[in-house]
Design a protein around this ligand. Structure first.
Ligand code: MSP
Length: 652
């Protein structure tokens, strides 16, 4: 019998800049779900990717003196690296610049045109470039884009239109008759009351004012509207209308599209209408999750909090970050992200509850039995309570996971951890260990603890890709005792080797010290007293240079970077402000090289950055490092590398 399939998608990301921790929210959630379904035995297709066309990308690329494709190639590379760092297990990564996607979108557009669902007319309206959205006068809020609050532009042009209005009745019926189609249900009411019932207008689906998009095959001054292009990815990735549509037949319709709340409208109105027009089945569910924001502002305007996922993972470990994202806020609601909340969670849930349980248990098994729990065991008080609680956790966890309630699912697992910790206090192994006659009872207590931990280690797998392996190693749990089903059965644990105590999985963090360290990383306020001149590059020659050891040199973090943009610093004839791509990060550096290089010739250059210099403010502009240059009296040349290598690579 063939396996049941499960198709889950994330939105495809705009490669318009660096991703912050909020961006990884949808992807981490989708990954947890994909891992969970695979563990349950499903044949999973997990899709993510990038949404690379549109006026915004064309503009940013031009500002950086690059072709749009050069520009997106760079950023997409960083996005892929981030997902691999976060151990995201997507089965496919689609780029809307992939040839097969372009061809299928063209076929979709033509099919809809031939059917009469797309027609030519003239568009006059208001366009928000950052959101790639058209608005009517009445939809504006205080004259601005209702989604992002920015200015809109009046546009008039010949355009193709999609007959969205034709599908209004069917869409209302869809939402009314299938309460599960949009989750959480509050978002369903919003779609019905704010958009569908007031009436749908036909949608402008082509543009002529820029050309970074998929050309309409039968009228090539038009490019396809980005949302038609982007939404189609969910079926083009499966080979729809291509020579090989096996995956399309196997996985479509999607089980769930995970999306942020601001793009629910596109996924529950435009997308189903497109599918209806193509006579295709509709996705089973669109889940609109909330946003992670910083207190008093957006992630992208981060002040005082580290929001770079790469830095956070480096500091606290991947599992801690993934745990926090999925545990802190109920999926669906908005939540506040702060470094303090993250550290508190790590200390209480990970270091205290889970970490302690494992280190206490392994230490006791080692101390009392040299790592091997004896077979002679004696049942006793509290055993049955522990067993029945822990063994039923799997069902409760699954009930929540099936509804994408990650936080509640984790809460259930953590209740088991607390119950097991309580069992240690109840049975007091240290007291049992005092009498030889209690040995069999002590052995049973140790076994029960190990068995609880085994079950917990199986259940945390969807959320944490690294911790289970460490637990299995320390408790010598063989592979056949780690299956998902085995988490619902008590008494499976049989160690394959002696238990070992090893690394502390989640070390406790000193909140005060850590907050100080983080604020030094992010703060710019107290840097204003720092030297106001750029690093001397030309006229300062050291008299004599002391020898240093390799350790001293290792303190300097040198990285390969690429200049994304560059401009003169106002009222200064020495300084240039550079935006640099450094792996998945973006750095801003103010450099005293304006006499030697023009901003135009800087863009695209590969340079070497001293990446761990304390930030300073130069003319009020933060400089996050220094680029290396060689100089000799009145000559200055920048240091670069002699072959192509990705940005972010370490120089040593
Ligand atoms: N390109 C479109 C999606 C097209 S899908 C056919 C897009 N891209 S995006 O890069 O702007 O956003 C990708 C996802 O990241 C969205 O689901 C968005 O909600 C999510 N997030 C971006 N910032 C976020 C937070 N601060 N918090 C939680 N998720 C947020 O939209």
């Amino acid at each position: 019998m063939s396996k049941k399939t499960f198709y889950i998608t994330t939105p495809i990301y705009y490669p318009s800049g660096k991703l912050h921790i909020g961006h990884s929210y949808t992807t981490v959630a989708a990954d947890a779900m994909a891992r969970y379904k695979r563990l349950q035995g499903y044949d999973v297709m997990f899709l993510t990717g990038t949404d690379e066309h549109g006026q915004k990308i064309q503009r940013v690329a031009a500002e950086n003196n690059m072709t749009p494709k050069e520009y997106v190639d760079n950023i997409v590379d960083g996005i892929k690296k981030l997902w691999s760092l976060m151990k995201i297990t997507n089965d496919k990564f689609i780029r809307t610049t992939d040839e097969y996607h372009i061809e299928t979108v063209q076929k979709i557009f033509k099919t809809l045109y031939d059917k009469g669902d797309i027609y030519k007319s003239e568009y006059e309206g208001l366009y928000c470039t950052p959101c790639e959205s058209f608005w009517t006068e009445t939809q504006l809020v205080d004259g601005k884009c209702p989604d992002c609050g920015r200015d809109v532009e009046k546009t008039r042009e010949e355009s193709y239109f999609f007959r969205l209005s034709k599908y209004q009745g069917r869409l209302i019926k869809l939402l009314e008759e299938n309460p599960e189609f949009i989750q959480p249900s509050s978002r369903r009411n919003e779609m019905l009351n704010n958009f569908l019932r007031p009436g749908l207008e036909d949608l402008c689906v082509s543009r002529t004012s820029f050309n970074w998009g998929i050309p309409v095959t039968f009228d090539d001054k038009h490019v396809v509207y980005v949302w038609i292009d982007a939404l189609s990815n969910y079926i083009t990735a499966l080979g729809y209308l291509s020579g090989n549509d096996e995956n399309f037949k196997k996985y479509w319709p999607a089980d769930v599209h995970l999306v942020g709340k601001e793009i629910v409208r596109f996924h529950t109105i435009i997308w189903p209408a497109m599918l209806m027009a193509l006579d295709l089945p509709l996705p089973k569910q669109v889940f609109g999750h909330g946003w992670l924001v910083l207190e008093g502002g957006k992630m992208s305007k981060s002040k005082g909090n580290v929001v770079d996922p790469v830095v956070l993972i480096d500091k606290y470990g991947l599992d801690a970050i993934r745990y926090f994202l999925l545990r802190e806020v109920p999926f669906g609601a908005d939540g506040v992200f702060s470094n303090e909340a993250l550290i508190n969670r790590i200390n209480s849930d990970l270091a205290n509850d889970l970490g302690n349980l494992i280190s206490r248990t392994t230490a006791m098994i080692k101390k009392y039995f040299e790592g091997i729990i004896p077979q002679e065991r004696e049942k006793g008080e509290f055993d049955e309570e522990l067993r029945s609680f822990v063994v039923s956790t799997k069902t409760r966890t699954e009930e929540y996971l099936d509804k994408l309630q990650f936080s509640s699912a984790l809460t259930e697992i953590w209740k088991s951890i607390s119950r097991t910790n309580k069992y240690i206090d109840e049975t007091m192994p240290w007291a049992l260990a005092k009498e030889e006659e209690n040995k069999a009872r002590l052995a049973q207590v140790m076994y029960n603890l190990a068995e609880s931990i085994r079950i917990i280690s199986v259940l945390i797998q969807p959320f944490m890709p690294e911790t289970p392996e460490i637990i299995w190693r320390q408790l010598a749990i063989p592979e056949n005792q780690r299956t998902w089903d085995s988490a619902g059965i008590w008494g499976i644990y049989q160690q394959s080797d002696a238990v070992t105590t090893g690394e502390i999985i989640f070390p406790r963090i000193d909140l005060k010290k850590e907050m100080e360290a983080l604020s030094a990383l992010t703060s710019t306020e107290n840097q204003s007293q720092a030297p106001a001149a750029p690093k001397k590059t030309v006229d300062e020659k050291p008299e004599g240079i002391a020898l240093i050891g390799i350790d001293d040199f290792a303190k300097v973090d040198l990285r390969v970077v690429k200049v994304i943009s560059c401009e003169k610093v106002e009222k200064s004839d020495k300084l240039l402000k550079l935006k640099l791509e450094c792996g998945t990060e973006e750095k801003q550096v103010v450099s005293g090289i304006a006499k030697y290089y023009t901003p135009e010739e800087m863009v695209g250059k590969t340079l070497i950055l001293v990446a761990n210099l304390k930030p300073v403010k130069l003319r009020g502009i933060e400089s996050q490092g220094m680029i290396l240059a060689a100089s000799n009296n009145d000559k200055l040349v920048l240091v670069t590398v002699d072959k192509d290598i990705p940005t972010g690579s370490k120089v040593s």
